[in-house]
Design a protein. Sequence first.
Lengths: 320, 275
Amino acid sequence: MAGTLAPDRAPGRRASKQVKAAVEEESLRTPALTAYLFLLPYLALFAVFVLAPVLWGIWISLHEWDFLLPGKPFVGLGNYTDLFDPSSTTSEPFLNGMKATLIFVVLSVPLLVALGLLLAVGLQGRYRGRNVFRALFFAPYVLGVAVVGLLWRYLLDPNVGVVNHFLGALGLQADYPWTTQLPWAWASLVIPTLWWTVGYNTVIFLAGLQDIPDELYEAAAIDGAGRWHQFLAVTLPGLRHVMVFVITITILASANVFGQPYIITQGQPGEETRTAIMEITELGLQQFDMGSASAMSTILTVVLLTVTALSFLLFGRRRA
Amino acid sequence: MRHIGSRTGTYLWLSLLGILFAAPLAWMISTSLKSPDEMANPDLNLLPREPTLESYDKILGQTQTPVFQWFVNSLLAATLQTVLILVTASMAAYALARMQFPGRRLMTALVLATLFVPPISLVIPNYVIVAGLGWLDSLTAVVVPGAAGAFGVFFLRQFFLSLPKELEEAAIIDGAGRFRVFWQVILPLSKPALATLALLSFLTNWNDFLWPLYVLFSPERLTLQPGLATLQSAYQTDYAAMMAGGVIASVPVLLLFLATQRFVVEGVSRSGLKG
């Protein structure tokens, strides 16, 4: 290798540059086998538990796939058309689950984004106690959904729950059937979710706020803008990209809701709060009709990937 | 600087919301320490009049709800999965970030693309795979498949790409092999990133609910989250018992979070891709 450097012709800086380039090339030119050995442990896991399942899930959805039965006849798109055929047994749970999921997304996402932003703006800047507040609002996020579910089921218990007790003490109605009747059941899913995960959005917004230069606020203040106008003219435009990102991940997270309705409302009243993922797991992992359940999850996946793709398009356009 | 005029107002509403956020946790701890007599009393006391560990005794003593065993299972599963992720993801991320080999771009694209695959689409086929491997109702089922997610590779690859190449080059000129460079140069430089990934991985596994709920069945094999869900049917309206279970499941992660707050929060905001 040293022979290619021609030291007498290119002394000093030039030579060291060449050495560097050669070394860099050398360091990149590791035998491919070494690279594959580094990759092997992860790729083995990835192939078996990510790549194969993605493809196999689609394959399963094309069969009448009962986990407990030996025969798994190919039915083409039959499982999919059944989901939209009112006379089939899988259609009602599917459409009900998608509807419940959509309602939960529509109710929860605006609140999760707005409160997340409000808290971030409140926590913006350097002052005493900022990190304490940030930790406090983020803390519920580190809890598991089972803890969150049990805790809120107790808080919202119509008879012994502290929420109704508190409302009664304020002289309001004290017997709201939070977990068992509409529209209260939706509140008993949205409020715990807000408490549990809004801190996550706050932290992302806070990171975005740090990237907005102070000079913009100073310029706006000199122009006589009050706090509200500064928020509209500086903060919101400065957060455009972060906003698209937060809205997207919040939609995805809310569309994947499972633990809250599983524990807090248990799908009640009737099947009103049974979400798509509850229907998929019930059908696939309890009744073992995995073909239909895989068709459902494939459709849900396509919907969620479309949401992701749309947000990428938005990202792209705004960056240009 | 820019909020001077309304600092007091900001403190005021942040404090009010802060109390609202802390109250459910305080109530959970307080309830878990109340006696059955006090629970039967319709007056709600913020603090237990005579704090007692009765509820903890009750749930820890039941063979039907072996909470202590669940705790051990959760600790084992989360620790093992975290180690598995750190080892496999750091090696793969290093190769993808710093080595040149045929298929590198394709592999990187393939692995990162799966970050966008919703987890639900993997649940049913993975159930069949895990059943085929004979892992149902075993800790392996909640340790291994979850370690295959692309997040760790994504996270560490970003970090490795940001490291200066000079140190590696120096080591290679000195004749070190790639594995020694990885072990003695890259990993020591990456301690903060590895610690953050370890924390996030541990929390994710500790809190996982849907997957263990379906792949574990025997009461003594459960982890805490699916186990807690069974407390509801085991204790009906005995909320003190359920809150004791909740405290056991959350105190370790809350303490871990308080001790490592900055790592967790900054890790989450830097990666923004978890959940």
